[in-house]
Design a protein around this ligand. Structure first.
Ligand SMILES: Cc1ncc(C[n+]2csc(CCOP(=O)(O)OP(=O)(O)O)c2C)c(N)n1
Length: 756
């Protein structure tokens, strides 16, 4: 295949010719500067650096043209360009390649400028491979066209605008946190974090959340060196941003330094120098308002003439930064028109020949190859990780004189107490672990699950956040990227949903889109599910795991008993640490303080603390009454206690011997283990406390058993597809013990004569 496609959009050709014409028509400079000379008095931009930045900009532009040509040839898959935004190369040139950068899709100039600072990085080839969705694309292996590089500290970003701003803030926050807790980072202590985005994106709730969180943290005395770069081209796809909207919105915000960058290359440089210095030296959030234009449509497929007049398009093209910068370099004597003509021709030739060579590069060709870095798992490594147990003396320093498993002093415990003790043990042996969320620090959590942890481990490692779930998960991602093992808490499952994109779109996808080169391991503790007595209503009793189960690669676990909870929490932390996985640990609120199983006072739901080192890993299911074989009840969470109570009634009232499986792991479901547990039973009943349609797991378990050749009877009982009402009415929509008994009797064909 040859590389000779026609550019489909005339304006691309027009813009290319404008630059050529400007160079042809420019008068020769009246004087020539030496490479080390400053471009003019008062600027810090040297001649050599100005020409280097111009080269970065031309390279970025030429790659954008190539993207459209490759698309026209049917070889390329992405055409959103950086054309008109190339002055962002100045920011790339001013930052260090170790300053983590979370980039806007139009930050091509930045990427070129950063790449040239690191020997061995070939930004042209890397970008072309990404445009071609080639398996050789070094950052995503062809999974997405992204700006990203492990060597350059540019984590790949998703296409969801603004979604990277909270994690950029989180990474900046983590730089100082590392110093406070004595953790050494891969990047220098005085690093700053860069985060670029568009002007329309600056209105997004997620953007405002991230910027607000940075300002809030600064107000609270934390150092959050994040450089927000708003690349303001005045439009978002087809909708214009009101004039001066960005400046008026961000110029006078407390705890945010605002710097405006516009005009000539050297003026943009000087403004950016001031912004970077304020951020790096002041260790504070800075908002760099970078004036840009958008040349061409939003993407190759966008017909700009549908919403912009010809005059507007031409006026925008007249502000092409490449033309202006070329004219400026020539006028100030940094280069001659011939120099720049040669530079442009050289870059075009290089990009063209590389593209020609790379067309036809292989793409990912199998499902296995595509999914290779989605859900890494290494069981032996997780077991080894969990094995390293601190000494008794060390543990006494956090637990007090008696260890929680010490039979002579310890009472049997509730799930809340077990999780609390396990968190103490894990915080002790993992200095990189951070615990945070709403009310988790001083108060110790709404349900006292994190009680005492701040006192023992200090406010640098156990802290209250501002009230924003998006920020909580953003901080977790940023901190994890830098090497922490964050354990953020979401106070109630219903409140995870307003921040869900941070898990679904962002955290869980990082390993996929970076081919495993970046990871943000974390264990998100979420209090959830229904059946709380005396504290009702949907928002504290949300019973759906649907939104979590469909997240590729996310590990979802739900304990049903205290001892299991301790072992499972250790297990998911070990998996997160050893593989970079993102895990949700969903804690059934109604079981936090439950003590009894069958009768009030029987203490049947209390348990002894399993000593550290004992863990449960994905796939380890719990089997109760393994010798009972009439029916297998498959369940999890609150359903386990319910099913064990139902099993007793089934035995007593119907002579049915029920085996009960506690799934423990809801994503991925341990279907092979369930299949083995079902062997020898004549019926399987799935008892699912979550909403019937899509909210739970019943359909997936039934399908999984059928696919594994289970030939007994199959059925399920589930909660209704309803929000949970307040008070006793909750019982009308939630799965009950009586439902489980009836379901089992029905599936066994014993009639429906169960006394309720
Ligand atoms: C959350 C989200 N909503 C919608 C979109 C679709 N979309 C992609 S880019 C864009 C406009 C962004 O404009 P701006 O932030 O000004 O950046 P620009 O493209 O102009 O550089 C929209 C609406 C998206 N990617 N993400």
């Amino acid at each position: 295949m040859s590389y000779a496609g026609r550019v489909p959009e005339d304006r691309v050709v027009v813009v290319e010719r404008n630059l050529d014409r400007a160079l042809d028509e420019a008068p020769p400079p009246r004087r020539r500067l030496e490479p080390d000379d400053l471009l003019r008095p008062g600027t810090t931009l040297s001649t050599a650096e100005a020409v280097a930045v111009f080269r970065d900009q031309v390279t970025s532009r030429t790659l954008d043209v190539a993207a459209r040509e490759l698309k026209a040839k049917g070889a390329g898959y992405y055409t959103i360009s950086s054309a008109g935004h190339e002055n962002n190369a100045v920011v790339g040139a001013l930052l260090r390649p170790t300053d983590p950068a979370f980039l806007h899709y139009r930050s091509g100039g930045f990427m070129m400028a950063r790449s040239r600072q690191v020997p061995g990085v070939d930004a042209v080839t890397d970008t072309l491979l990404s445009l071609l969705a080639a398996a050789g694309d070094p950052i995503s292996h062809g999974r997405h066209k992204v700006w990203g590089s492990r060597q350059l500290w540019v984590p790949p970003q998703t296409s969801t605008i603004a979604s990277h701003i909270p994690k950029a803030m989180g990474a900046a926050f983590a730089i100082q946190r590392a110093a406070r807790v004595g953790m050494s980072l891969e990047i220098p202590d005085d690093s700053i974090v860069c985060c670029s985005f568009g002007d329309a994106s600056a209105n997004h709730a997620t953007a405002l959340a991230g910027i607000n969180a940075a300002r809030y943290s600064h107000r609270r005395g934390s150092r959050v060196p994040v450089l927000f770069v708003c690349e303001d081209n005045g439009i978002g796809i087809s909708v214009d941003t009101p004039r001066r909207w960005i400046a008026r919105n961000f110029r006078h915000l407390p705890h945010l330094e605002y710097v405006h960058a516009a005009g000539e290359l050297d003026e943009v440089w000087d403004a950016a120098v001031a912004a970077v210095a304020a951020c790096r030296n002041g260790r504070r959030p800075v908002f760099l308002h970078l004036q840009t234009v958008r040349l061409w449509g939003h993407a190759g497929s966008d017909v700009e003439s549908g919403y912009r007049s010809a005059a507007e398009i031409a006026a925008t093209e007249a502000q092409d930064p490449l033309v202006r910068n070329a004219q400026r370099l020539i006028a100030l004597g940094a280069a001659s028109p011939d120099d720049l003509r040669d530079l442009v021709a050289g870059v075009r030739d290089h990009v063209h020949s590389q593209a020609t060579k790379l067309i036809g590069s292989p793409t990912l060709a199998s499902r296995q190859a595509v999914m290779a870095t989605l859900a890494p798992y290494d069981e032996p490594a997780s077991r080894r990780d969990a094995d390293a147990v601190p000494s008794h003396d060390e543990r006494r320093s956090v637990h007090g004189s008696a260890l929680p498993e010490d039979a002579t002093v310890a009472v049997r415990r509730t799930m809340a107490a077990h999780i609390n003790a396990a968190l103490h043990d894990e915080m002790l042996r993992r200095p990189e672990m951070l615990l945070f969320g709403e009310d988790v620090g001083r108060k110790g959590g709404v349900y006292n699950v994190t009680s005492g942890l701040q006192r023992v481990f200090g406010a640098a490692r156990v802290f209250d956040t501002l009230l924003d779930e998006t920020t909580i998960l953003g901080v977790a991602q940023g901190a994890a990227l830098l090497g922490f093992l964050p354990v953020p808490e979401i106070q109630y499952l219903a409140y995870l949903h307003n921040a869900l994109d941070q898990l679904r779109g962002e955290a869980a996808s990082l390993g996929f889109f970076s081919a495993g080169q970046f990871s943000n391991p974390m264990v998100v503790r979420v209090a959830g599910l229904a059946y709380q007595k005396g504290f009702g209503g949907h928002f504290h009793n949300d019973n759906s795991v649907g939104a979590l189960r469909d997240i590729p690669g996310l590990l979802l676990s739900v304990p049903s008993r205290g001892d299991d909870a301790a072992k499972m929490l250790r297990g998911v932390l070990a998996v997160a640490r050893t593989t970079g996985r993102v895990a949700v640990f969903l804690e059934p609120i109604a079981l936090y303080h439950e003590k009894d199983l069958h009768e009030p006072g029987d203490g049947g739901w209390l348990s002894d603390y399993p000593p550290p080192g004992q863990i449960l890993l994905p796939g380890d299911i719990g089997v109760h009454h393994p010798d009972h074989g009439d029916v297998l009840i498959v369940t999890y969470g609150n359903g386990v206690r319910m099913a064990l109570r139902a099993a007793r009634r089934l035995r007593g009232d119907h002579g049915v011997a029920a085996r009960v499986v506690d799934l423990r792991w809801l994503n991925p479901l341990p279907l092979d283990a369930v299949g083995r547990a079902a062997a020898g039973t004549s019926a399987v009943l799935v008892a699912d406390e979550c909403r019937a349609t899509g909210g739970g797991i019943a359909d997936a378990v039934v399908a999984g058993l059928v696919e594994r050749g289970y030939d007994g009877r199959l059925g399920s009982v589930r909660s209704a597809d309803s929000y949970v009402p307040l008070g006793p009415a909750a019982g009308t929509v939630l799965l009950s013990e009586a439902d489980v008994v009836k379901g089992a009797v029905r599936i066994l064909g014993r009639g429906d004569d169960t006394p309720d």
